[in-house]
Design a protein around this ligand. Structure first.
Ligand SMILES: Nc1ncnc2c1ncn2[C@@H]1O[C@H](COP(=O)(O)OP(=O)(O)OP(=O)(O)O)[C@@H](O)[C@H]1O
Ligand SMILES: [Mg+2]
Length: 371
C-alpha cells in the first residue's frame, strides 16, 4: 500500500485514501533496541545474523524484523508468538508508543511516522484504543467514571460522557456495578471495565495486548466470547495479541505468527493449521484438533453422479467445520452436501472427514486449503 502522499497530515478529520484502504498498513517495519540501532536494518551483514549473534556483535536486540502486513477494515487480526517474539513491540509501533527504527506505518493511508504530537495524541485517543493486560484502572474512581475517563480527557461534557459510559457498561455486561470501585470487582469484571473504557472512545480500531492472560480459564473464555460478540455486532476492527494458540484460532480472521521478530506465516486459522509454512509452524499447530478448524470446503470431493447417496445427505455451508459435518453425517448416515447459494459444490463423506481428523489426505479430495 502506498504511503498516500496526498493525504493531508494536519487536517482534523482523516480522509480514508480509498474506501478499500486497509486500516493499518505496515511495510518493512524494524524495531531494534540498543546502541546505534538505526544501522542494523540497512546492513545486510547484520540483518543476516540470528538474534544471539546480532546481540553478541552489536549489543542490539531486533525485536521486530522486516515485518509487513495490512489490517483490513472489520477484521480481527491476531498476532501470535511465544514470549519474546516481538508481539508487544510490534503492536506498540502501530501508534508509536514505541518508535519504529525503520519502515513505514500508515492508518487509513495516513503516515503515522509523520504525525506530530497532537496528531498522535488524537490517534491514540480516538482512532486506535489499547486494552492492556493489567487493566490500568483508576482505583479511586467508580466503574462508570473509569469508563468515562477516556471521554473526559477528550473533553466530552459530563452529562454526555456519563450517558455514553453507561451505554458501554451495559454493552460489556456490567450493568448494576456502575458505582463499584475496581477493588470490589473480580479480575474478569475489571477487564470488562478496561474493555468498556477503550470502547467508550468509539475507536476505529481496538488494540489488545494479551488482555486475558491474567484471567482464569473460565473467565477467559467468557471474555473471548465477549470479544467475538462485540466483533459480530459492531464489525469493529481489532488487533489482538496472544501467545495462546487456541485463543488465536478462536478469535482471528487472520493470524500473523511471529518468531524472533519475524512473521513466519500470515494466514487464516485454516491456512495455518492446514498448510503450515515450515517445521516451526507445523510443530506449533501439531496438537490443534484439525476438525475444529478445517472447513468442509477444503475437505470435500466432487459429487459422484453414479451415487444416489450423494444426493440424499444433509446440507452444510462451505465454511462449516469438519467437526460440524461429522455430526451431520453421523446423524443421517449420508455424505453431507456442501451447499453455496443453492449450488452443490461437493460432498464430504465419512472417509474424507476421517482423513482430516487423522491428518491424511483422503482419495479424491479436492483438497488444498483455501479461504
Ligand atoms: N526496551 C527494550 N530494550 C531492549 N530490549 C527490549 C525492550 N523491549 C523489548 N525488548 C526485547 O525485544 C524482544 C521482544 O519483546 P516483546 O515484549 O515485544 O515480546 P512479546 O512477544 O510481547 O513477549 P511476551 O509474550 O513475553 O509479552 C525481547 O527479546 C525483549 O527482550
Ligand atoms: Mg508482550
Amino acid at each position: 500500500m502506498s504511503e498516500a502522499a496526498t493525504t493531508p497530515r494536519t487536517g482534523s478529520v482523516p480522509e480514508p485514501a480509498t474506501s478499500a484502504a486497509p486500516v493499518f498498513s505496515v511495510q518493512n517495519l524494524w524495531k531494534v533496541f540498543g546502541p546505534k540501532c538505526e544501522q542494523v536494518p540497512g546492513d545486510p551483514e547484520l540483518t543476516a545474523l540470528d538474534p544471539a549473534e546480532l546481540r553478541e556483535r552489536t549489543g542490539c536486540t531486533a525485536a521486530v524484523r522486516d515485518v509487513s502486513f495490512e489490517v483490513n477494515k472489520g477484521e480481527v487480526f491476531v498476532v501470535m508468538g511465544l514470549s519474546g517474539s516481538g508481539k508487544s513491540t510490534l503492536v506498540r509501533c502501530l501508534t508509536r508508543l514505541i518508535e519504529p527504527t525503520s519502515g513505514s506505518v500508515a492508518i487509513d493511508g495516513e503516515d503515522v511516522l509523520a504525525m506530530d504530537k497532537a496528531r498522535l495524541r488524537e490517534l491514540r485517543r480516538h482512532r486506535a484504543s489499547m486494552v492492556f493486560q493489567h487493566f490500568g484502572l483508576l482505583p479511586h474512581r467508580t466503574v462508570l467514571d473509569n469508563v468515562a475517563y477516556g471521554l473526559e480527557i477528550q473533553g466530552v461534557g459530563k452529562a454526555e460522557r456519563r450517558e455514553r459510559a453507561a451505554e458501554v457498561v451495559a454493552k460489556v455486561g456490567l450493568e448494576g456495578l456502575e458505582a463499584r470501585k475496581p477493588g470490589q470487582l473480580s479480575g474478569g469484571q475489571q477487564q470488562r471495565v478496561g474493555l468498556a473504557r477503550a470502547l467508550a472512545a468509539d475507536p476505529e480500531v481496538l488494540l489488545f495486548d494479551e488482555p486475558f492472560s491474567a484471567l482464569d480459564p473460565l473467565i477467559r473464555r467468557d471474555m473471548q466470547e465477549e470479544v467475538v460478540r462485540l466483533h459480530r455486532e459492531e464489525g469493529r476492527t481489532m488487533v489482538f495479541i496472544t501467545h495462546d494458540l487456541s485463543e488465536a484460532l478462536k478469535l482471528g480472521d487472520r493470524i500473523a505468527l511471529m518468531r524472533d521478530g519475524r512473521v513466519v506465516q500470515l494466514g487464516t486459522p485454516e491456512e495455518i493449521v492446514g498448510s503450515p509454512a515450515d517445521d516451526y509452524v507445523r510443530d506449533f499447530v501439531r496438537d490443534v484438533p484439525r476438525e475444529q478448524v478445517i472447513t468442509v470446503r477444503s475437505a470435500m470431493r466432487p459429487v459422484d453422479p453414479a451415487s444416489s447417496d450423494d444426493e440424499r445427505g444433509p446440507a452444510v455451508a462451505p465454511d462449516a467445520t469438519v467437526s460440524e459435518a461429522i455430526e451431520a453425517v453421523a446423524r443421517t448416515g449420508f455424505p453431507a452436501r456442501v451447499m453455496d447459494d443453492g449450488r452443490c459444490l461437493g460432498v464430504v463423506d465419512q472417509e474424507h472427514l476421517l482423513g482430516v481428523v487423522a491428518g491424511v489426505p483422503a482419495r479424491g479430495a479436492t483438497g488444498e486449503v483455501v479461504k
